[in-house]
Design a protein around this ligand. Structure first.
Ligand SMILES: Cc1cc2nc3c(=O)[nH]c(=O)nc-3n(C[C@H](O)[C@H](O)[C@H](O)COP(=O)(O)OP(=O)(O)OC[C@H]3O[C@@H](n4cnc5c(N)ncnc54)[C@H](O)[C@@H]3O)c2cc1C
Ligand code: FES
Length: 366
């Protein structure tokens, strides 16, 4: 009871007072009593309180969160790590990533699809109620809008979440600075549409929105259908996110329509099921890997055989950003400009933590 009142008061303060001031006050009054009284504000951990839970679609919930003063913000389209105490507060938490949307007053939301047998998503659906505290990691990822004039968000299922973040952010900004955004979202059935309530608002604001239903015979997105829904696809940067099969199919549709794959930006929610392991097939020794965006190049040695591009680059002294190191979060993702790469690639995107060189010269860039 007391804890709920204290947390409610903290939320009220954080909604109104500059978090930097709260941070200043909290860090200068970090006493044992304060820490025991209010573990949401007097803490060194980034945490959020669940404020609201919204049922979006069958098995899909949105959790609106009020982060504490340690939240440093995010770019629309990025994702955050949530640390879930599925085995109790004393055990190591389960770590999962979710694309987040910024809301007014420094709040944010995540939308989670419950997977059958999924440990983290099931726990969240069962345990997250208003008032519950959740530990978070900082925002990360490069699946963000970079000011391109024309954008197509192409997604399926819960892959709509980063599009939601980018579109909402655009619509909350000045009208004359908005880019031309289009959304094509595939769901299994009409009742599975996520963010159904906001789609009409987006349309009224000038976003072209189309939903297609993969569960209906003959209704899937073919290359012809994609072209018909988005006749100017060649002029757009494409943001692609969804299940592995959907992404692979869309990649080949986009390639068949002549889209420059360097303009296709991708986000994976799961590690790819099959990674080509090049062991023995290609000798890495002597391979030159150029990191165009850093103005750096490395020459691989025999000791780099079987190392991922990320590991090899780091062993040669390059300080490259990475997150999950499992080929999912996209933090290490670069674009291949020249040469060949095997392992975890999608179009021209290379997930360096799970990809390997496959030609004598490989030129990578942002
Ligand atoms: C960058 C990024 C952003 C993401 N954003 C979102 C988002 O916005 N929304 C969202 O919903 N998800 C998102 N995800 C996915 C999310 O991080 C989790 O992977 C997802 O919620 C599943 O986690 P889980 O713990 O429930 O499933 P896990 O327990 O990890 O299980 C994963 C899969 O394995 C299956 N499985 C689990 N246990 C068993 C078993 N014993 N036998 C057989 N099969 C089993 C499950 O059915 C499930 O299909 C994102 C992921 C990344 C990397
Ligand atoms: S995809 Fe996460 S670090 Fe490579």
């Amino acid at each position: 009871m007391l804890e709920r009142a204290v947390h409610g008061a903290s939320r009220w303060v954080l909604d109104r007072v500059d978090p930097q001031w709260v941070d200043y006050v909290a860090s200068n009054t970090m006493t044992d009593i304060n820490r025991r009284l209010n573990r949401f504000i007097w803490t060194y951990e980034l945490q959020a309180q669940v404020v609201r839970v919204i049922d979006e679609a069958p098995g899909v919930k949105t959790f609106e969160l009020r982060p504490n003063q340690l939240w440093r913000g995010m770019q629309p389209g990025q994702h955050i790590e949530v640390l879930l105490p599925v085995d109790g507060e004393r055990a190591a938490p389960l770590r999962r990533h979710y694309s987040a949307t910024m809301l007014p007053r420094g709040r944010l939301s995540i939308t989670v699809k419950r997977l059958i047998g999924g440990q983290g998503s099931s726990w969240m659906h069962e345990h997250l109620r208003p008032g519950v505290l959740l530990r978070l990691g900082a925002a990360q990822g490069s699946f963000v809008h970079r000011g391109q004039a024309k954008v197509l968000h192409l997604c399926a299922g819960s892959g709509i979440t980063p599009a939601h973040s980018m579109i909402e952010s655009q619509l909350s900004g000045p009208e004359d600075q908005r880019s031309d955004q289009q959304l094509i979202a595939q769901f299994s059935r009409t009742e599975d549409i996520i963010f159904k309530a906001v789609l009409p608002r987006w349309q009224q604001a000038g976003v072209k929105v189309d939903t297609v239903f993969g569960g209906q015979a003959g209704a899937r997105l073919t290359a012809e259908k994609l072209q018909a829904l988005c006749p100017d696809v060649l002029e757009r940067d494409v943001y692609l996110c969804g299940p592995e099969g959907f992404m692979d199919t869309m990649m080949s549709h986009l390639a068949s329509l002549g889209v420059d794959l360097a303009r296709v930006h991708t986000e994976r929610f799961t590690a790819p099921s099959a990674l080509v392991n090049p062991t023995g097939a290609f000798s890495a020794e002597g391979t030159e890997v150029v990191f165009k965006h850093l103005g750096q190049r490395i020459t691989l040695t025999a000791a780099d055989q079987d190392k991922t591009l990320l590991q090899a680059a780091r062993d040669h002294g390059l300080d490259l950003e990475a997150g999950c190191c499992q080929g999912m979060c996209g933090t290490c993702k670069l674009t291949v400009h020249e040469g060949e790469v095997s392992g975890n690639t999608l179009g021209r995107a290379v997930y360096m933590c799970t990809a390997y060189p496959a030609s004598r010269t490989v030129v990578l860039g942002a």
